[in-house]
Design a protein around this ligand. Structure first.
Ligand code: NAD
Ligand code: UDP
Length: 317
């Protein structure tokens, strides 16, 4: 069979499933490894049966042997609700999972990309965030299992490069949204859209003045694929995200308007260590990848709303 074989860990998740599709669409092959904690078979249902696609149920906290040419390491719960459910497991996935995938990359001589996160900047004191900012993370707070786990994974990637000469790519992913997020994902876009469509109260945590910058999933996947294809000297870390910044209140109002919902907006307590502002500086991505997000929030939200509307109408949610 022709084409390179890509390992996508977390490939049955939200971003991972779009990435698997995009790799197959380019004529390559995919080994999707997932323990189905937050991902699901239904996310990759359209790919099962394609001889170029294989789904393996496996927890990357355990070592893996596989014949692959390149690795995208995405396995890790990404929603605060899910990564705080079993925080010790979250740190294990981030750290032991990274070691296991780096060991595999080392054995195969394969390039490996890490799905890192804007959370490495914590509650940032530099705005917008540039890659040379070292961050402001509380190491003992409720988000630390994820933030510090991802920071340690970045350390491991760079030490494997220094010690073993691995070809690494570290992508710092900013808030990404789109169809196929699960209805109980707990992140803000899916929560607001599902609440608005059901006519339930829209739950703003805190006063809604905190900001995020939302990237549509297809833009994210294009950048990840382009990043893996860059020359070996391009290691990152590199910010990937959409720099258009919105308050959470603005997002709630947009969702209410676009769904013509009668849902009231209500306020709930702000979770501990919730970052107050977040906006990527994507100068490096523009230069190195010649990449720019193509989908603005209104267009991306409208595709996301259509997806959840279909799910709710079919009674699948
Ligand atoms: P997701 O929760 O939908 O996907 C994560 C996938 O990893 C799921 O399919 C899950 O079942 C799988 N997984 C979890 N633990 C595993 C384990 N031990 N072994 C094997 N598989 C495991 O989340 P997502 O939004 O698609 O995020 C994908 C990656 O991108 C994550 O690493 C996340 O940290 C990173 N990221 C996402 C965002 C975002 O806004 N979506 C932002 C920053 C970083
Ligand atoms: N948020 C909210 N209501 C919700 C879910 C989230 O107001 O129902 C807020 C949350 O407190 C945070 C922002 O929206 O300030 C983004 O939250 P999310 O969990 O999507 O991602 P992260 O905090 O990891 O950026």
């Amino acid at each position: 069979m022709s084409g390179r074989r890509y390992l996508v860990t977390g490939g049955a998740g939200f971003i991972g499933s779009f990435l698997c599709e995009a790799i197959l669409a380019r004529g390559d092959r995919v080994l999707c490894v997932d323990n189905l904690f937050t991902g699901s078979r239904s996310n990759v249902a359209g790919l099962i049966g394609d001889p170029r696609f294989e789904l393996m149920e496996h927890d990357i906290v355990s070592p893996l042997t596989a014949e692959v040419d390149a690795i995208f390491n995405l396995a890790c719960p990404a929603s605060p609700v899910h990564y705080q459910h079993d925080p010790v497991q979250t740190t294990k996935v981030s750290v032991l999972g990274a070691i296991n995938m780096l060991e595999l990359a080392n054995r195969k001589g394969a390039p490996i990309l890490q799905a890192s996160t804007s959370e490495v900047y914590g509650d940032p004191l530099v705005h917008p965030q540039t890659e040379d900012y070292w961050g402001n993370v509380n190491p003992i707070g409720p988000r630390a299992c994820y933030d510090e786990g991802k920071r340690c994974a970045e350390t491991l990637f760079f030490d494997y490069r220094r010690q073993h000469g691995l070809q690494i790519k570290v992508a710092r992913i900013f808030n990404t949204y789109g169809p196929r997020m699960s209805t109980d994902d707990g992140r803000v876009v899916s929560n607001f859209v599902v609440q608005a469509l059901k006519g339930d109260p829209i739950t703003i945590y805190g006063d809604g003045s905190q900001t995020r910058s939302f990237c549509y999933v297809e833009d994210m996947v294009t950048a990840l694929i382009d990043l893996l294809a860059t020359p070996p000297e391009m290691t990152g870390p590199i910010n990937i995200g959409n720099p258009a910044e919105f308050t959470i209140r603005q997002l709630a109002e947009m969702v209410v308007e676009m769904t013509a919902s009668a849902s009231p907006i209500v306020h709930r307590p702000l979770p501990g260590d919730d970052p107050r502002r977040r906006k990527p500086d994507i100068t490096l991505a523009r230069q190195v990848l010649d990449w720019e997000p193509a989908t603005g929030l209104p267009e991306g939200l409208s595709k996301t709303i259509a997806h959840f509307d279909r799910l709710l109408t079919e009674g699948a949610a």
